[in-house]
Ligand binder design. Structure first.
Ligand SMILES: Cc1cc2nc3c(=O)[nH]c(=O)nc-3n(C[C@H](O)[C@H](O)[C@H](O)COP(=O)(O)OP(=O)(O)OC[C@H]3O[C@@H](n4cnc5c(N)ncnc54)[C@H](O)[C@@H]3O)c2cc1C
Length: 375
């Protein structure tokens, strides 16, 4: 029977492709975390598989791959190597966003660039703007052929290998998106020595008098549309939760408590906590899959669903990783334990915009500050 919230049958081979690639990425994830080197070979393998281009609209040579498949694929990649998944979500989000938001000839250009293997990144968050990354504070000033931007965007995943950036700035006081090709006016400041997602290399990008070209300016949106960054974030966390539960189960089955001679997996406290985390994960998954269904039919409910899905998925990733640490005991506290990296990686989803606090403010605002009080 067809699962209405799962990948459509004709797209399942893409999920299989992602599963095979993810198995390879998992092998190097720990090493990438240690060296904090960008997993460029993983990103190239994703492109070479045809997956990147499959997300393009059919009119631009793609397959219009559904959000239901996208969510499943992101989750598989994130369980294996969340840094790879994070950069990939930003890459697909920036490229698909530029194709969707640009005038047709520019959209075609970006579609061809994505299909040709060029890399994309988002430079949206500002040091002074924090979570409100869709409301830039930096003004671009009028210049020949466009506008000039001087300022910094930070935590730009995969920026060092990007050929094109999705950038926003205030133009005459109005938040405006541009596609910007990497050039000498942009410097990457190496701030990314982080606790988790270390190989995502989400550096600060310093723009000095960078030209935002008139012909790469995205016109104001005329219609509502979902986006791959918003939809992807919940699945990054679901993948990390999967990895945490896998590590926990494997440890609990293999570890005998020395004083009782019983396997850790037989402990009632652990069994109950695991059952709770698992149930929360299934709930977060259900909300996330429904969010993708709404995105696939471009339903207005997509936005609140995105916020709820992200909130639940971020929490379950952190809870699962926390339980993994507690179940692992001192062994889990060692850097050699798999759960150690997963625990650090699990913190990122909560912080990424919109942060869990901002998501809660939005949901509360919908419930309390609107006439009909529906979220
Ligand atoms: C791993 C990772 C990858 C990222 N990748 C990218 C990327 O590719 N491109 C990009 O543009 N950005 C990226 N970001 C940036 C990210 O999406 C956020 O915009 C950024 O982290 C927010 O700034 P901040 O962390 O300094 O938090 P701040 O916004 O300064 O938040 C500090 C605290 O204040 C709370 N807070 C902030 N605003 C509000 C509010 N309005 N109401 C209530 N509470 C609030 C927050 O919840 C938090 O607790 C990435 C971040 C991370 C961690």
């Amino acid at each position: 029977m067809t699962d209405p919230l799962g990948p459509p049958p004709h797209e399942r081979h893409w999920v299989d492709t992602a599963r095979e690639l993810a198995a390879r990425f998992a092998v190097t994830a720990t090493d990438r975390d240690k060296t904090a080197e960008l997993p460029i070979e993983n990103l190239r393998a994703l492109h070479a598989s045809g997956l990147d281009a499959a997300f393009l609209p059919v009119e631009y040579g793609g397959q219009d791959l559904s959000y239901r498949s996208y969510g499943r694929i992101t989750r598989l990649l994130s369980a294996a190597c969340p840094s790879t998944a994070c950069i990939w979500v930003m890459h697909i989000g920036a490229a698909a966003g530029l194709v969707a938001m640009s005038a047709p000839d520019v959209a075609r250009f970006y579609a061809e660039e994505l299909a040709g293997g060029r890399r994309f990144a988002n430079a949206l968050s500002e040091p002074s703007g924090g979570n409100l990354f869709l409301t830039p504070r930096q003004h671009a000033t009028r210049a020949d052929g466009g506008y000039r931007l001087t300022g910094a965007k930070r935590f730009c995943s995969g920026c060092e290998v990007a050929d094109h950036f999705l950038v926003n700035a205030l133009v005459d006081g109005v938040p405006t998106f541009f596609g910007v090709a990497a050039d000498e006016s942009m410097k990457f400041v190496p701030i990314w020595d982080t606790m988790g997602l270390r190989a995502s290399r989400s550096q600060l990008v310093d723009f000095q008098d960078t030209l935002l070209r008139d012909d790469r300016r995205c016109p104001p949106p005329r219609e509502r549309r979902p986006n791959h960054i918003g939809a992807g974030l919940a699945f990054l966390s679901l993948g990390i939760a999967d990895a945490a539960i896998d590590a926990l189960v494997s440890h609990a089955k293999g570890r005998e408590i020395p004083t009782t001679g019983r396997p850790l997996a037989a402990e009632q406290w652990l069994r109950f906590r695991l059952a709770e985390v698992h149930t929360d994960l299934v709930a977060a998954e259900a909300v996330s899959r429904e969010m993708c269904r709404l995105a696939d039919v471009n339903d207005a409910g997509f936005l609140p669903a995105t916020i709820r899905a992200k909130l639940l998925a971020n929490r379950v990733a952190k809870d699962a990783a926390q339980l993994g640490i507690e179940a692992g005991g001192g062994s889990a506290y060692l850097k050699t334990a798999p759960i150690e990296r997963i625990f650090r990686d699990a913190q990122a989803g909560h912080l990424m915009a919109f942060s869990a606090e901002v998501c809660k403010s939005m949901i509360a605002g919908m419930l309390l500050d609107t006439p009909d009080g529906t979220a």
